[in-house]
Ligand binder design. Structure first.
Ligand code: ZN
Length: 434
């Protein structure tokens, strides 16, 4: 059976079809793993498109009840009304929204539906042109919320190929080519591109064919524009890696082109305001800014290395017997270069019989930028202190060559870590000095 939405895809509302059945139902909405309770409503005929052929289902209303999903069951469409969308009576239970024979007003969310029609017809057009000009076979497609993609049987699609496809599909839109829906017997499909998007239940009988006059003939159950002029424009956005050896070609069609352009202009305005330049200068400005950041970072690392060395030299100038057993050093800002430079400059003399705890941690510590610590010195002390850091303070890391290098997730606990190391074993070691 052909549904009304497939006979006339431009019907936005309809009221002359009676309710055939109303039953309790349960479905997972919007990819949720939780099932939603409600009612499954089947009408004699419907302008609601059930999901199929890569096109999502319509949403809309039946009288005042919101239809949140439509699915195909054999030859009929099942409209789902969730309990929260139905009016509850005093008894608490949600009563059936209709009885058999009622003729509720069907109203689809036309903005959403027309958008789906533009993307779906756009997909047929891109698929046909890519096949015709470059022998690129479409293997599947996905209609997304913001952009869609067609998966093509090719390892890559060059920018030049995309440019030609984009130019050609927009040329066809300007030519205002008609899009027709015809029905063919299954044994009369010789000139038709056969896709697997016709539901099982509809195979065997007359097959629905969507024809873009002299461009493409394709079996399809979806709703389409009647003329390519309704697509306004198609913009190919780029490619991405698809399934094994395949490439996704991302695109927007119709109203989405303007929406995409609107967002791009808004972003451009924000960026030009931030960088204080014209749109033409954005690229060289960002390039310059990135190079400057790189240079400054390099300088900063060198400064930290020098600082680590200076801190070490300061200690080396102090008479050895005036130095404490436990030496701690903390920097709020820094990189590991500071620690490694400090340790290598200290040399082996001062490490024996002592424990060094050096830490770098931003005050605004987050899981993504955890503080770094290093324990170095007398091997036995390092091992014991590392055990405390790991087991009592959730530090992550390991001891290698008498050094523990690790991360701490909570910098505020560093003073407690110092205290634990001191009180647990360090203050009892021979010749301990405060
Ligand atoms: Zn289709």
């Amino acid at each position: 059976m052909t549904l009304l939405c497939q006979k006339n895809s431009y019907l936005r509302d309809f009221k002359d079809a009676a309710v055939k059945s109303v039953q309790r139902g349960k479905i997972a909405l919007n990819g949720s793993s939780k099932l939603t309770d409600g009612y499954d409503v089947v009408l004699e005929d419907t302008i609601f498109f059930p999901e199929g052929g890569g096109q999502p289902s319509d949403v809309g209303t039946l009288d005042s009840h919101f239809v949140s999903s439509v699915r195909r069951d054999g030859e009929q469409a099942v409209l789902f009304i969730a309990d929260e969308c139905a009016k509850k009576d005093d008894g608490g239970d949600v009563p059936p929204p209709f009885k058999v024979g009622d003729k509720p007003v069907q109203k689809i969310d036309w903005t959403k539906r027309f958008d789906h029609m533009q993307q779906h017809s756009g997909q047929h057009l891109i698929t046909a042109i890519a096949l015709k000009l470059f022998n690129l076979e479409t293997t599947s497609w996905y209609l997304g919320v913001d952009s869609s993609f067609i998966e093509m049987d090719a390892k890559e699609i060059s920018d030049e190929t995309m440019e030609v496809i984009e130019e050609k599909v927009n040329e066809k839109i300007r030519e205002r080519v008609d899009v027709l829906v015809t029905y063919r017997e299954p044994d009369n499909l010789g000139d038709v591109r056969f896709r697997m998007d016709v539901p099982e239940a509809l195979r065997g009988g007359p097959v629905r064919v969507v024809e873009i006059s002299d461009v493409d003939k394709n079996t399809c159950c979806g709703t389409h524009v009647v003329n390519l002029g309704d697509l306004q424009a198609i913009k190919l956005l780029g490619t991405a890696k698809g399934n094994k050896g395949k490439t996704q070609l991302h695109f927007v069609a119709g109203g989405r082109v303007l929406k995409y352009l609107g967002l791009a202009v808004k972003r451009e305005k924000s960026l030009t305001a931030l960088l204080k330049c014209t749109p033409e200068n954005l690229e060289p400005m960002v390039d310059k800014a990135q190079k400057t950041v790189k240079r400054l970072h390099k300088n900063c690392v060198q400064c930290l290395r020098d600082l680590g060395k200076l801190e070490a030299e300061r200690l080396l100038q102090t008479p050895e017997d005036a130095l404490p057993t436990f030496i701690t050093l903390h920097r709020k800002e820094g990189e590991f270069d500071f620690i490694s430079s400090f340790i290598s400059s200290i040399g082996t003399n001062l490490l024996g019989g002592r424990l060094f705890l050096i830490s770098i941690a931003d005050d605004s510590l987050t899981a993504k930028s955890p503080g770094q610590i290093m324990l170095a010195g007398e091997e036995e002390y390092v091992k014991k202190a590392a055990d405390i850091a790991i087991n009592q303070f959730a530090a992550k890391g390991s001891v290698q060559q008498a050094k523990f290098r690790g991360r701490v997730l909570d910098v505020s606990k560093l003073p407690k870590l110092e205290e634990a190391i001191r009180s647990t074993f360090l203050k009892n070691v021979p010749n301990y000095k405060e």
